[in-house]
Design a protein around this ligand. Structure first.
Ligand code: ADP
Ligand code: MG
Length: 410
């Protein structure tokens, strides 16, 4: 795989423009402020603000250099039209607190509409303006050049710090980057550098842990990892599709029968290439997903009817821990069980402890994986916790990320 296919030749902010040249310049920044909202005393408010905090270094740097900032992000999944539940005002409020500066915001029909354009034109030098939700505009997900032209007219430079959206070719991530001198922000740069250590001659053995609900979500990454990793550990519901492929019985476990053939092919390919593919020998099972239900441990390929495999079992934890013990590089995506419901979080927690304690380069990515890791309090002992689930998987898979490729053009 070439360097470029991993988006490694992107331009950084430092290489685009000097501090002095930023003074008085207008900068459009694509941020990932797609944060959870919750009901508060004064209406909707931001829940977990990790993503907003993660953007602060880039924003502060630009502000300190004397630039005027326009920030754009998507929030939730509005369907190409304004929806009050997804307006950016709770985000503007939280950002203002964290930044210790006023954040201008006006509710509009989208970031490129006429009203928004007037509000942008009125921005004082050195101010911070948060634009309206990019997905209020149906042209965003179509990577529409006309929408991008309006956004580009707001600024002298474009900075993309939204790693979590880099795998999408949207107007705010791709088209606009082609119209302005563009660079990666500090968060984007840190993400790409951290993930590059997985794809560019990782220290070996390189062990990958994959879990989660569906094989179909991770098929691409499994296939590509067969040529990169020394061992692939599979947990979560995915494991049962593999058991099915081997002719096992998996009771009522979540499976994708259509993918059994694919799973069989992956098993064969792993064997051919000498990549260890480890499935959980046993599973913690129950008759329903609920806290406090009766659980039993069965071999993962011999789960009786009426029982569901909901977590990797004790022998699986032992096997996986032993494999991980020798690893020098670890990439983990996807919980190994239904971690949201105790006691089916036990396998994920046990493996999180093992990974956190390793003398290896460790990376964890994926929304649910990070939630599971954060619940253990061990996130600080992981070398890199990626803010982008889908984007980190596609990067590791070797797919060029459109949002990064576009930064190479200018
Ligand atoms: P991430 O967000 O980290 O990429 P995924 O979204 O792929 O992870 O997978 C997380 C989901 O997988 C969780 O909701 C978890 O409950 C589910 N899951 C894991 N193991 C099982 C299982 N054995 N049966 C059903 N669901 C599972
Ligand atoms: Mg998820």
């Amino acid at each position: 795989m070439t360097e470029a296919s991993h988006g490694s030749s992107f331009r950084t902010l430092e290489s685009l423009v000097t501090e002095e040249d930023l003074k008085g310049k207008r900068v459009l920044i694509r941020v990932d402020f797609n944060v959870p909202l919750e009901e508060g005393p004064g209406g909707l408010q931001v829940g977990d603000d990790t993503r907003i905090r993660a953007a602060l270094p880039t924003l502060k740097r630009l502000l300190n250099a004397g630039a005027t900032l326009f920030l754009v992000s998507h929030l939730g999944r509005p369907k190409g039209a304004p929806e009050d539940a997804y307006r950016m005002d709770p985000v503007a409020a939280r950002l203002s607190q964290l930044l210790g500066a006023e954040v201008r915001y006006q509710a509009t029909d989208g970031p490129a509409g006429a009203q928004q354009q007037r509000f942008v034109a009125a921005a004082p030098a050195g101010s911070v303006t948060l634009l309206e939700n990019s997905r209020f505009d149906s042209r965003e997900t179509k990577n529409d050049p006309a929408m991008a032209r309006v956004l580009a007219s707001y600024a002298d430079y474009y900075v993309n710090d939204a790693f979590g959206a880099a795998h999408r070719a949207h107007a705010t991530t791709e088209a606009v980057a082609r119209l302005l001198p563009s660079a990666a922000g500090q968060l984007m740069t840190a993400e790409l550098q951290a993930l590059k250590r997985l794809t560019d001659q990782p220290d070996r053995p390189f062990v990958v842990v994959l879990g989660g609900a569906k094989v179909s979500d991770k098929l691409g990454v499994i296939e590509s990892l067969l040529s990169q990793a020394d061992a692939i550990i599979i947990g979560g519901a995915m494991a049962y599709t593999f058991e099915l492929a081997k002719g096992g019985s998996v009771g009522g476990s979540l499976v994708e029968p259509d993918l059994a053939d694919t799973a069989e092919r992956i098993l064969a390919s792993a064997e051919e290439r000498g990549v260890k593919l480890l499935l959980p020998p046993d599973s913690v099972c129950a008759q329903s997903i609920a806290a406090g239900v009766e659980t039993r441990v069965f071999p993962s390929g011999a789960i009786p009817d009426g029982w569901l495999g909901l977590d990797v079992g004790p022998r699986a934890v032992e096997l996986f821990s032993r494999e991980l013990a020798g690893a020098r590089t670890v990439f983990w995506n996807g919980p190994l069980g239904v971690f949201e419901t105790a006691p089916f979080d036990a396998g994920t927690t046990a493996i999180a402890k093992v990974v956190a304690g390793l003398d290896a380069y460790t990376v964890v990515g994926g929304g649910d994986s990070i939630a599971a890791l954060t619940a253990t309090g061990l996130q600080d002992q992981i070398d890199h916790v990626s803010t982008g689930g889908g984007a980190s998987l596609e990067f590791v898979e070797g797919v060029a990320l459109p949002g990064v490729t576009a930064l190479e053009a200018n």
